[in-house]
Design a protein around this ligand. Structure first.
Ligand code: NDP
Length: 272
Protein backbone atom coordinates (compact mmCIF):
# COMPACT_ATOMS: atom_id res chain seq x y z
CA UNK A 1 0.00 0.00 0.00
CA UNK A 2 1.29 3.50 -0.83
CA UNK A 3 2.28 5.53 2.24
CA UNK A 4 1.70 9.23 2.75
CA UNK A 5 2.07 11.60 5.70
CA UNK A 6 1.65 15.16 6.86
CA UNK A 7 4.51 16.73 8.83
CA UNK A 8 4.16 19.75 11.10
CA UNK A 9 4.37 20.92 14.71
CA UNK A 10 1.87 20.76 16.30
CA UNK A 11 0.12 18.30 14.00
CA UNK A 12 -2.68 16.69 16.02
CA UNK A 13 -5.21 19.28 14.74
CA UNK A 14 -4.39 18.65 11.05
CA UNK A 15 -7.35 17.93 8.76
CA UNK A 16 -5.08 16.41 6.08
CA UNK A 17 -5.40 12.73 7.15
CA UNK A 18 -9.19 13.08 7.10
CA UNK A 19 -9.20 14.78 3.69
CA UNK A 20 -6.87 12.31 2.00
CA UNK A 21 -8.79 9.36 3.47
CA UNK A 22 -12.07 10.88 2.19
CA UNK A 23 -10.60 11.47 -1.28
CA UNK A 24 -9.18 7.94 -1.42
CA UNK A 25 -12.55 6.43 -0.43
CA UNK A 26 -14.32 8.50 -3.14
CA UNK A 27 -11.99 7.13 -5.80
CA UNK A 28 -11.44 3.58 -4.52
CA UNK A 29 -7.72 4.14 -3.91
CA UNK A 30 -6.00 2.28 -1.09
CA UNK A 31 -3.45 4.26 0.87
CA UNK A 32 -2.08 4.87 4.32
CA UNK A 33 -1.90 8.51 5.48
CA UNK A 34 -0.60 9.48 8.90
CA UNK A 35 -0.05 12.73 10.81
CA UNK A 36 3.55 12.90 12.03
CA UNK A 37 4.80 15.30 14.65
CA UNK A 38 7.94 16.99 13.21
CA UNK A 39 9.39 19.85 15.28
CA UNK A 40 11.68 21.93 13.04
CA UNK A 41 14.91 20.76 14.69
CA UNK A 42 14.00 17.15 13.80
CA UNK A 43 12.14 17.71 10.51
CA UNK A 44 15.02 16.81 8.14
CA UNK A 45 15.76 13.53 9.94
CA UNK A 46 12.08 12.52 10.22
CA UNK A 47 11.26 13.33 6.59
CA UNK A 48 14.41 11.60 5.23
CA UNK A 49 13.57 8.49 7.27
CA UNK A 50 9.96 8.46 5.99
CA UNK A 51 11.05 8.56 2.34
CA UNK A 52 13.93 6.09 2.91
CA UNK A 53 11.34 3.65 4.29
CA UNK A 54 9.33 3.89 1.06
CA UNK A 55 7.04 6.87 1.78
CA UNK A 56 5.58 8.16 -1.52
CA UNK A 57 4.54 11.70 -0.62
CA UNK A 58 4.03 14.13 2.23
CA UNK A 59 2.16 17.30 2.93
CA UNK A 60 4.06 19.79 5.06
CA UNK A 61 2.57 22.44 7.30
CA UNK A 62 3.79 25.04 9.80
CA UNK A 63 6.56 25.52 10.80
CA UNK A 64 8.34 23.14 8.41
CA UNK A 65 7.49 24.51 4.94
CA UNK A 66 10.82 26.30 4.42
CA UNK A 67 12.74 23.20 5.55
CA UNK A 68 10.72 21.04 3.13
CA UNK A 69 11.80 23.37 0.33
CA UNK A 70 15.45 23.03 1.41
CA UNK A 71 15.26 19.24 1.72
CA UNK A 72 14.12 18.71 -1.88
CA UNK A 73 16.40 17.98 -4.83
CA UNK A 74 14.06 19.62 -7.37
CA UNK A 75 11.35 22.30 -7.18
CA UNK A 76 8.26 22.94 -9.27
CA UNK A 77 7.76 26.50 -10.49
CA UNK A 78 5.04 27.03 -7.85
CA UNK A 79 7.45 26.02 -5.06
CA UNK A 80 10.26 28.09 -6.53
CA UNK A 81 8.04 31.17 -6.62
CA UNK A 82 6.74 30.68 -3.07
CA UNK A 83 10.14 29.84 -1.60
CA UNK A 84 8.42 27.30 0.66
CA UNK A 85 6.89 23.87 -0.02
CA UNK A 86 3.76 22.15 1.27
CA UNK A 87 4.12 18.98 -0.83
CA UNK A 88 7.09 16.59 -1.07
CA UNK A 89 7.05 13.72 -3.55
CA UNK A 90 9.51 10.85 -3.95
CA UNK A 91 10.37 10.47 -7.62
CA UNK A 92 11.06 7.10 -9.28
CA UNK A 93 14.84 7.66 -9.00
CA UNK A 94 14.48 8.27 -5.24
CA UNK A 95 15.03 12.04 -5.41
CA UNK A 96 12.58 14.44 -3.73
CA UNK A 97 10.48 17.06 -5.49
CA UNK A 98 9.05 20.09 -3.66
CA UNK A 99 5.76 21.61 -4.77
CA UNK A 100 3.45 24.33 -3.47
CA UNK A 101 -0.33 24.19 -3.92
CA UNK A 102 -1.35 27.28 -1.89
CA UNK A 103 -1.70 29.69 -4.82
CA UNK A 104 -3.65 27.33 -7.06
CA UNK A 105 -5.88 26.25 -4.15
CA UNK A 106 -6.82 29.82 -3.26
CA UNK A 107 -7.61 30.78 -6.86
CA UNK A 108 -9.78 27.70 -7.37
CA UNK A 109 -11.73 28.40 -4.16
CA UNK A 110 -12.22 32.08 -5.03
CA UNK A 111 -13.16 31.57 -8.66
CA UNK A 112 -14.96 28.26 -8.80
CA UNK A 113 -16.64 28.08 -5.40
CA UNK A 114 -17.25 31.72 -4.54
CA UNK A 115 -17.45 33.11 -8.10
CA UNK A 116 -15.15 36.01 -7.27
CA UNK A 117 -14.06 37.86 -10.41
CA UNK A 118 -10.29 38.37 -10.30
CA UNK A 119 -9.50 39.83 -13.70
CA UNK A 120 -9.02 43.58 -13.47
CA UNK A 121 -9.64 43.85 -9.74
CA UNK A 122 -7.79 45.85 -7.11
CA UNK A 123 -6.50 43.63 -4.31
CA UNK A 124 -5.08 44.22 -0.84
CA UNK A 125 -2.87 41.41 0.44
CA UNK A 126 -2.22 41.50 4.19
CA UNK A 127 0.94 39.65 5.20
CA UNK A 128 4.16 38.75 3.44
CA UNK A 129 4.99 35.28 4.74
CA UNK A 130 5.13 32.02 2.80
CA UNK A 131 1.39 31.85 2.08
CA UNK A 132 1.27 35.49 0.95
CA UNK A 133 4.17 34.91 -1.42
CA UNK A 134 2.49 31.88 -3.01
CA UNK A 135 -0.88 33.58 -3.43
CA UNK A 136 0.61 36.85 -4.74
CA UNK A 137 2.02 35.04 -7.78
CA UNK A 138 -1.25 33.22 -8.35
CA UNK A 139 -3.26 36.47 -8.16
CA UNK A 140 -1.04 38.11 -10.77
CA UNK A 141 -1.38 35.04 -13.02
CA UNK A 142 -5.15 35.27 -12.53
CA UNK A 143 -5.13 38.78 -14.00
CA UNK A 144 -5.65 41.14 -11.06
CA UNK A 145 -5.11 44.74 -12.08
CA UNK A 146 -3.40 46.04 -8.95
CA UNK A 147 -1.92 44.28 -5.93
CA UNK A 148 -1.04 46.19 -2.77
CA UNK A 149 0.98 44.26 -0.19
CA UNK A 150 0.86 45.48 3.41
CA UNK A 151 2.89 43.82 6.11
CA UNK A 152 3.68 44.63 9.72
CA UNK A 153 7.39 44.36 8.84
CA UNK A 154 7.67 46.58 5.78
CA UNK A 155 11.00 45.12 4.61
CA UNK A 156 9.32 41.75 4.11
CA UNK A 157 6.56 43.32 1.98
CA UNK A 158 9.25 45.05 -0.07
CA UNK A 159 11.14 41.77 -0.58
CA UNK A 160 7.92 40.10 -1.70
CA UNK A 161 7.08 42.89 -4.15
CA UNK A 162 10.66 42.97 -5.50
CA UNK A 163 10.50 39.21 -6.10
CA UNK A 164 7.27 39.59 -8.08
CA UNK A 165 9.08 42.10 -10.33
CA UNK A 166 5.94 43.71 -11.74
CA UNK A 167 6.14 47.30 -10.42
CA UNK A 168 3.40 48.44 -12.80
CA UNK A 169 0.90 46.19 -10.95
CA UNK A 170 2.41 45.65 -7.48
CA UNK A 171 3.13 48.14 -4.72
CA UNK A 172 3.57 48.05 -0.96
CA UNK A 173 1.95 49.99 1.84
CA UNK A 174 2.98 50.68 5.39
CA UNK A 175 0.36 49.33 7.75
CA UNK A 176 -0.50 52.75 9.21
CA UNK A 177 -0.87 54.22 5.68
CA UNK A 178 -3.77 51.84 4.92
CA UNK A 179 -6.20 54.41 6.30
CA UNK A 180 -5.49 56.54 3.23
CA UNK A 181 -6.47 53.76 0.78
CA UNK A 182 -9.86 53.66 -0.96
CA UNK A 183 -12.01 50.51 -0.61
CA UNK A 184 -10.64 47.42 -2.38
CA UNK A 185 -12.43 44.86 -4.58
CA UNK A 186 -10.76 42.01 -2.70
CA UNK A 187 -8.93 41.87 0.64
CA UNK A 188 -6.97 38.75 1.56
CA UNK A 189 -5.77 38.15 5.07
CA UNK A 190 -2.59 36.07 4.80
CA UNK A 191 -1.26 37.02 8.23
CA UNK A 192 -1.06 34.56 11.10
CA UNK A 193 -2.54 37.11 13.54
CA UNK A 194 -5.75 35.07 13.95
CA UNK A 195 -3.91 31.79 14.46
CA UNK A 196 -1.61 33.41 17.02
CA UNK A 197 -4.52 35.16 18.71
CA UNK A 198 -2.91 38.60 18.34
CA UNK A 199 -4.80 41.77 17.46
CA UNK A 200 -4.60 43.33 13.99
CA UNK A 201 -5.84 46.89 13.56
CA UNK A 202 -7.44 47.70 10.20
CA UNK A 203 -9.38 50.83 9.15
CA UNK A 204 -13.03 50.21 8.20
CA UNK A 205 -12.56 52.36 5.09
CA UNK A 206 -10.67 49.53 3.35
CA UNK A 207 -13.93 47.70 2.57
CA UNK A 208 -17.32 48.64 1.20
CA UNK A 209 -20.44 46.85 -0.03
CA UNK A 210 -18.66 45.59 -3.17
CA UNK A 211 -15.62 44.19 -1.36
CA UNK A 212 -14.94 40.46 -1.07
CA UNK A 213 -12.93 39.65 2.05
CA UNK A 214 -11.11 36.34 2.47
CA UNK A 215 -9.16 35.00 5.42
CA UNK A 216 -6.72 32.22 4.54
CA UNK A 217 -7.20 30.93 8.07
CA UNK A 218 -10.36 29.08 9.08
CA UNK A 219 -12.27 28.16 12.22
CA UNK A 220 -11.83 30.37 15.27
CA UNK A 221 -8.63 31.90 13.83
CA UNK A 222 -10.61 33.49 10.98
CA UNK A 223 -13.32 35.04 13.17
CA UNK A 224 -11.69 38.41 14.05
CA UNK A 225 -10.89 39.32 10.42
CA UNK A 226 -14.28 38.11 9.16
CA UNK A 227 -16.04 40.15 11.88
CA UNK A 228 -13.99 43.23 10.91
CA UNK A 229 -14.91 42.76 7.23
CA UNK A 230 -18.63 42.53 8.04
CA UNK A 231 -18.39 45.62 10.26
CA UNK A 232 -16.70 47.41 7.38
CA UNK A 233 -19.67 46.60 5.13
CA UNK A 234 -18.25 43.78 2.98
CA UNK A 235 -21.10 41.63 1.68
CA UNK A 236 -18.98 38.64 0.68
CA UNK A 237 -16.81 37.28 3.48
CA UNK A 238 -15.09 33.88 3.35
CA UNK A 239 -12.73 31.76 5.41
CA UNK A 240 -9.90 29.58 4.05
CA UNK A 241 -11.40 26.14 4.64
CA UNK A 242 -12.27 25.82 0.94
CA UNK A 243 -8.68 26.74 0.07
CA UNK A 244 -7.41 24.05 2.42
CA UNK A 245 -9.59 21.44 0.71
CA UNK A 246 -8.50 22.57 -2.77
CA UNK A 247 -4.80 22.55 -1.83
CA UNK A 248 -5.21 19.04 -0.41
CA UNK A 249 -6.99 17.96 -3.60
CA UNK A 250 -4.14 19.42 -5.68
CA UNK A 251 -1.58 17.35 -3.78
CA UNK A 252 -3.82 14.25 -4.09
CA UNK A 253 -4.04 14.81 -7.85
CA UNK A 254 -0.25 15.37 -8.02
CA UNK A 255 0.29 11.93 -6.44
CA UNK A 256 -2.57 9.87 -7.89
CA UNK A 257 -3.26 11.53 -11.23
CA UNK A 258 -6.97 12.00 -10.53
CA UNK A 259 -8.86 14.89 -8.92
CA UNK A 260 -11.29 14.15 -6.06
CA UNK A 261 -14.67 15.86 -5.62
CA UNK A 262 -13.90 18.69 -3.22
CA UNK A 263 -17.42 20.05 -2.51
CA UNK A 264 -18.33 16.77 -0.84
CA UNK A 265 -15.22 16.86 1.38
CA UNK A 266 -15.78 20.52 2.29
CA UNK A 267 -19.38 19.77 3.32
CA UNK A 268 -18.16 16.93 5.55
CA UNK A 269 -15.61 19.23 7.24
CA UNK A 270 -18.15 22.01 7.78
CA UNK A 271 -20.59 19.58 9.37
CA UNK A 272 -17.96 18.18 11.74
P1 NDP B 1 4.18 33.02 8.08
O1 NDP B 1 4.61 32.77 9.48
O2 NDP B 1 5.11 32.70 6.96
O3 NDP B 1 3.78 34.59 7.93
C1 NDP B 1 2.99 35.21 8.90
C2 NDP B 1 2.61 36.61 8.46
O4 NDP B 1 1.67 37.14 9.39
C3 NDP B 1 3.78 37.59 8.40
O5 NDP B 1 3.59 38.44 7.29
C4 NDP B 1 3.63 38.36 9.71
O6 NDP B 1 4.16 39.67 9.68
C5 NDP B 1 2.12 38.44 9.83
N1 NDP B 1 1.62 38.70 11.19
C6 NDP B 1 1.70 37.86 12.26
N2 NDP B 1 1.09 38.43 13.32
C7 NDP B 1 0.62 39.64 12.92
C8 NDP B 1 -0.11 40.69 13.56
N3 NDP B 1 -0.45 40.62 14.85
N4 NDP B 1 -0.44 41.78 12.83
C9 NDP B 1 -0.09 41.87 11.54
N5 NDP B 1 0.61 40.90 10.87
C10 NDP B 1 0.96 39.80 11.56
O7 NDP B 1 2.79 32.24 7.91
P2 NDP B 1 2.13 31.66 6.56
O8 NDP B 1 2.34 32.66 5.48
O9 NDP B 1 2.57 30.28 6.31
O10 NDP B 1 0.56 31.58 6.96
C11 NDP B 1 -0.21 32.74 7.11
C12 NDP B 1 -1.68 32.37 7.35
O11 NDP B 1 -2.23 31.67 6.24
C13 NDP B 1 -1.90 31.46 8.56
O12 NDP B 1 -3.08 31.86 9.19
C14 NDP B 1 -2.11 30.09 7.93
O13 NDP B 1 -2.90 29.25 8.76
C15 NDP B 1 -2.87 30.48 6.66
N6 NDP B 1 -2.75 29.47 5.61
C16 NDP B 1 -3.90 28.85 5.17
C17 NDP B 1 -3.85 27.92 4.17
C18 NDP B 1 -5.11 27.24 3.71
O14 NDP B 1 -5.02 26.25 2.96
N7 NDP B 1 -6.28 27.72 4.06
C19 NDP B 1 -2.57 27.53 3.53
C20 NDP B 1 -1.43 28.27 4.03
C21 NDP B 1 -1.54 29.19 5.05
P3 NDP B 1 5.72 39.95 10.00
O15 NDP B 1 6.45 39.70 8.71
O16 NDP B 1 5.74 41.36 10.42
O17 NDP B 1 6.12 39.00 11.09
Amino acid sequence: MQRFAVFGHPIAHSLSPRLHTLFAAQLGIELEYVATEAPPERFMEIAREFFAQGGRGANVTLPDKRLAFELADAHTQAAQRAGVANVLTRQTDGSLEAHNTDGAGLIRDLRERHRVQLEGCRVLLLGAGGAAQAVAWALLDAGVHELIVANRTLARARALADGLAQPERVCISEWHALERCAAFDLILNATSAGVLGTAMKLPLSLASHGTSAYDLAYGRAAQPFMAWARDAGAQRVFDGLGMLVETAADSFEHWHGVRPRTDEALRALRMA
